[in-house]
Design a protein around this ligand. Structure first.
Ligand SMILES: O=C(O)CCC(=O)C(=O)O
Length: 287
């Protein structure tokens, strides 16, 4: 499958700050990826935890440093073709994660703009690719977007540290959000959405009887800079690293190799510092 966007699609992304649905693989392929990540969960989610951190910590950011499946999927040509249509030919994966909402749970994601705490400024050179590996419906807690909200600067956010909130600080936009205008981002397995880092977005609880399994990559161009720390890390997934703003690290070739666990910790601690700057409580990376 080639995934380059046409002019109408790229224009829609520029105007709305999001685009969906974009099919990047067939349902059987998506089901296979889901089966593989669920096998990782069975193998590594034991008690006591067989890894240095709870498995979900590895799944919620930097998963491509420790999981070959995440590394492979972050380089999927159809995903990269679509992202290239927005960001251009040189692409780095800054964060790679699995975002899972269990069936029949009350966890939500509050209204937020991704770039608020990432230290990357208000850049237009970042895009999130959110790939459904199970049905993402209103019932299962799909995302919702407010079209055009990426044209705002980063607006004030409050930290709620609400246990029910899947964001690490429970961060929430502190100004009125035009929720009635929000669009539900319903996706079938194998379809993805793209959204801008300043997009106002949120998601509701999963009241369905299936898990909501998503694979999410934050792609940036080499022009982006980390303003919150002296150094930051990323993985080159297409084209060339035309600057040295990010230290390049390799993705995993097999799962949880000892050297990869060290790499993960290096990135994790650095990102925790940037993401946690100014927070009054410890962040939660486990939910
Ligand atoms: O998956 C969700 O429900 C929210 C994801 C999100 O906020 C994001 O990918 O930026």
């Amino acid at each position: 499958m080639t995934g380059s966007l046409n002019q109408v699609q790229t224009r829609a992304y520029q105007d709305d700050g999001f685009l969906f649905p974009i099919r990047v693989m067939d349902e059987a392929n998506a089901a296979d990826y889901r089966r593989r990540i669920e096998a990782v969960e069975r193998d590594y989610a034991g008690d006591p935890a067989p890894l240095r951190h709870p498995l979900n910590t590895y799944m919620r950011q930097g998963s491509h440093y420790v999981l070959s499946l995440a590394n492979q999927l972050s380089r999927d040509p159809a995903i990269l073709d679509a992202v290239e249509s927005i960001l251009g030919p040189d692409l780095l994966a800054w964060s790679v994660e699995f975002f899972i909402k269990e069936a029949g749970t009350s966890h939500i994601v509050s209204w937020h703009q991704d770039l608020t705490y990432w230290g990357l400024g208000e850049t237009d050179e970042e895009v999130t690719a959110w790939l459904a590996l199970s049905p993402a419906t209103v019932e299962s807690g799909c995302m919702k977007f407010v079209g055009g909200s990426h044209k705002n600067a980063i607006v004030p956010h409050n930290d709620t540290f609400d246990d029910n909130n899947l964001l690490s600080r429970g961060q929430e936009i502190a100004v009125d959000v035009a929720e009635d205008d929000a669009v539900d981002v319903a996706l079938q397995p194998g379809e993805m959405s793209l959204h801008h880092g300043r997009m106002f977005h949120a998601s509701g609880p999963n009241v369905s009887d299936d898990r909501r399994v998503a694979f999410v990559v934050r792609y940036i161009t080499p022009q982006v800079r980390q303003h919150g720390a002296d150094q930051d890390f990323a993985t080159l997934v297409r084209g060339a690293n035309t600057t040295n703003h990010f230290t390049l690290l390799d993705g995993a070739r097999s799962d949880f190799e000892p050297a990869a666990l060290d790499t993960f910790d290096r990135v994790f601690h650095q990102h925790a510092q940037v993401l946690g700057a100014g927070a009054e409580q410890e962040m939660n990376y486990v939910r």
